[in-house]
Design a protein around this ligand. Structure first.
Ligand SMILES: [Zn+2]
Ligand SMILES: [Zn+2]
Length: 280
């Protein structure tokens, strides 16, 4: 952590729900929006996933720095990761610049086609032609690395998820953060792609949808557990595991229980809740 603004590296969770948004008192402390993480590296804004949490983030960006370039990294195109796209305010700002990147997914040609399909009738009333921002679409190679500016390195890893999904690692100013969602682990095996991506990472958010004891009921849905997250964190010597992608049936009290277990192994581990901000 540093006070120098140029090295400022901060991760803010705008939505940590997986599968479906939720609302009501039992979920109030964790928040009900689906996946969206804002990563600030110096003057650069990187957003991972465009679940419903991106709507409020978009409003903040437009009211504070509407002309700033935004890098939107999509892990994949399941609804809970993209349903906020048509409601992201910077897309409606003339001359705003947004780069949308995603790995190649089953059934789609490229990232541009992915967004068009998402906003196609009968699923949505208008297409991406309503956006006035300058949008660049990138389709990323599997298990690759590239730079955003000289100082920010993005590394990708293919995950084990129906239709495909991409994990991201961001290295900046000597620190690192990774986002691993969605992915299914195989019992008693550790995903080498993930271990490589999170090797010595300062913090990573992980698909903690399930409990080990629930895996047998959700085989093939493409999700993992907080217990596997802890095993991976230990093997990779990661600084902190941040549990995310909470299932709609998991309420605040359930998540407190999970967090207690996670912290007993490493006090830096935590359940990611909407509004949480981690300075690296
Ligand atoms: Zn998901
Ligand atoms: Zn998914």
């Amino acid at each position: 952590m540093t006070d120098n603004n140029e090295d400022h590296f901060e991760v803010t969770f705008w939505g940590t729900r997986g599968t479906l948004p939720v609302s009501g008192a039992p979920f109030a402390r964790t928040g009900g929006n689906t996946n969206c993480i804002e990563v600030t590296c110096g003057n650069h804004t990187i957003i991972i996933d465009a679940g419903t949490g991106i709507r409020e983030l978009g409003s903040k960006i437009v009211s504070t720095s509407p002309n700033q370039k935004i890098h939107l990294l999509l892990t994949h195109a399941h609804y809970d990761h993209v349903e906020g796209i048509p409601f992201f305010a910077p897309f409606f700002v003339e001359n705003a610049k947004v780069d949308i990147s995603c790995g190649k997914l089953e059934g789609s040609k490229d990232t541009s086609q992915l967004i068009s399909s998402l906003m196609e009738r009968p699923f949505f009333p208008v297409g991406p032609e309503v956006f006035s921002a300058n949008i660049d679409y990138n389709t990323l190679e599997e298990n690759s690395a590239y730079n955003i500016s000289n100082a920010i390195r993005i590394t990708t890893a293919s995950l084990n998820h129906p239709g495909g999904s991409t994990g991201y690692r961001i290295d900046f100013a000597g620190k690192s953060f990774a986002c691993i969602t969605d992915t299914e682990h195989v019992a008693d095996q550790h995903d080498e792609n993930i271990l490589k991506l999170i090797d010595n990472v300062d913090a990573f958010s992980y698909d903690c949808s399930l409990l080990d004891k629930e895996m047998c009921d959700f085989k093939g849905y493409g999700h993992s557990t907080f217990e596997e997250g802890m095993r991976l964190a230990k093997l990779a010597d990661a600084g902190a595991l941040l549990a995310s992608h909470h299932m709609p049936f998991r309420n605040d009290d359930d998540l407190d229980q999970i967090e207690k277990e996670m912290k007993s192994e490493n006090p830096n581990n935590a359940v990611a809740r909407e509004g949480d901000c981690i300075k690296l």
